[in-house]
Design a protein around this ligand. Structure first.
Ligand code: UDP
Length: 439
């Protein structure tokens, strides 16, 4: 196991120095920064640490890169620990991830005992984690509560949609999870029977100081995407319907493409000349990505109004700018823990057609910040695409609502506030149970 002051981290990534939290003030709602400072005051010098399994890639690492400097800026200590493992460990824990999302996978008892448990032991044996409160993220390091040692309060943070978790793997993990002082889920519906410890609801959040979340003016966004649209021959004057996500079966790009093809058949839409832009990436550790991209191209079947881009250059700058420029965003996953792309799009003022799945429902408030649909209902998706294109005033009002909804609920300071409340409760600074306790 290494941490953010080990060579393994410092030679590759910038130091996580404490930052001046005043930088967040312009983005947050009134009073939040003061409230956070007051909550943090009695915790000065105390430590809130995190354990996960990667310093890069994925939403957890991205959030920790913001959370740790924020906590340090508040006068708390914070260490980010990362457990190590060989290829076999990560293949197995990716299977855990899939099984928790309800996908059938093959594994053996040998995998559980030798690959998973041995790896955890190797990471933590003789290395107690000394911290007033430690948050352990996701299944990869979950068993460290038994096969490692924590001196301080512990919480297990689940970022996955567990509602249809495979019972075998869930029952394997449950005894570990039940040894923590508490658990954190993205929403109440993810808490499964058998959990005997308190559960708290905390949603993931985005950092408005990150490049991807810079709120551009329309003109700046146009300048940013200029090289990209030239490269792909995209006419940015046309109304853009946008989708951004990994090329993955659960992301359901197929329904978006089918809905767009239906939209084009509507008589009153022709002169508007809408286009569909799909942007996605395929991680090097995701063998299915390339295959799913090819399937997406088959579904598009040469339609000249649909662009499917893979691994775009200047990813973060371009993603934010495309979201700023799009007429609306479509994200109709069949499974979704939270859906950070939805948060990012809404923060750029792009209303969303989203599926009634996982954390999307916390973000897309039907008819206020977008529309909620059944993921496989091509008809509903088509109808709302049509509505957005023909009702610019309503679209613009939803755009304003979307930004405000994210500001009030899903920016990093909101997440920090909940961590501080939890820490105050667990360290007996406050007697009152945090308002976001769900079990
Ligand atoms: N993303 C990106 N480039 C792409 C596709 C996705 O940077 O081509 C980012 C996206 O902006 C978001 C993250 O990948 O920050 C995906 O997070 P989300 O929670 O939406 O889905 P996940 O991939 O974790 O299931």
């Amino acid at each position: 196991m290494y941490n953010d002051s080990s060579d393994k981290y410092t030679t590759r990534f910038p130091a996580l120095d404490g930052l001046d939290i005043e930088h967040y003030r312009p983005f947050t709602h009134d009073g939040l920064i003061e409230e956070i400072k007051q909550l943090a005051a009695p915790l000065e010098g105390k430590e809130l640490s995190h354990v996960n399994s990667t310093f890069e890639g994925g939403g957890v690492a991205e959030m920790l890169r913001s959370v740790v400097p924020f906590l340090r800026g508040l006068g708390l200590k914070s260490t980010w620990y990362c457990i190590e493992g060989g290829e076999d460990f990560f293949i197995l824990t990716k299977k855990f991830h899939n099984m928790i999302q309800g996908v059938v996978q093959e594994y053996t008892a040998e995998d559980l005992l030798h690959v998973y448990i041995e790896n955890i032991k190797n990471n933590l044996d003789g290395n107690p984690i000394v911290s007033d409160m430690t948050v352990v993220h996701d299944p990869q390091p979950a068993a460290s509560i038994i096969h490692g040692e924590f001196l301080g309060k512990t919480l297990w943070r689940c970022h996955i949609d567990t509602s249809e978790a495979d019972p075998l793997i869930w029952n394997f993990l449950l005894p570990y999870i039940n040894h923590y002082d508490g658990s954190i889920f993205t929403q109440k519906s993810f808490v499964k029977p058998g959990l005997k410890i308190p559960a708290y609801e905390i949603s993931p959040c985005i950092d408005p100081l990150n490049v991807k979340n810079s709120q551009y003016s329309y003109e700046t966004a146009l300048r940013v995407v200029d090289p990209l649209i030239k490269k792909y021959g995209i006419d940015i004057e046309r109304p853009m319907i946008l989708g951004v996500s990994r090329y993955d079966v659960h992301k359901n790009q197929t329904s978006i493409i089918r809905a767009f093809k239906e939209l084009k058949k509507k008589r009153d839409i022709g002169k508007l000349k809408p286009m569909l832009v799909l942007v996605g990436n395929s991680a090097s550790d995701d063998p299915e990505g390339q295959l799913m991209y090819e399937k997406t191209l088959q579904e598009i079947d040469g339609d000249p109004d649909i662009y499917a881009l893979l691994n775009i250059p200047n990813n973060d700058l371009n993603i934010g700018a495309l979201m700023r420029l799009a007429n609306h965003f479509v994200h109709v996953s069949t499974k979704e823990g939270f859906g950070l792309v939805v948060t990012e799009a809404m923060w750029q003022g792009c209303p969303v057609i989203g599926s009634k799945v996982g954390g999307i429902v916390q973000q897309v408030i039907d008819r206020q910040t977008g529309f909620l649909v059944e993921p496989m209902s091509v008809k509903e998706i088509t109808n709302y695409m049509h509505y957005f294109l023909l009702n610019p005033q309503e679209r613009d009002q939803m755009s304003v609502n979307a930004v405000e909804h994210i500001r009030h609920n899903f920016l990093i300071p909101n997440l920090i506030k909940k961590y501080l409340l939890l820490m105050r409760f667990l360290l007996n600074v406050d007697k009152k149970t945090p308002y976001f306790r769900i079990q």
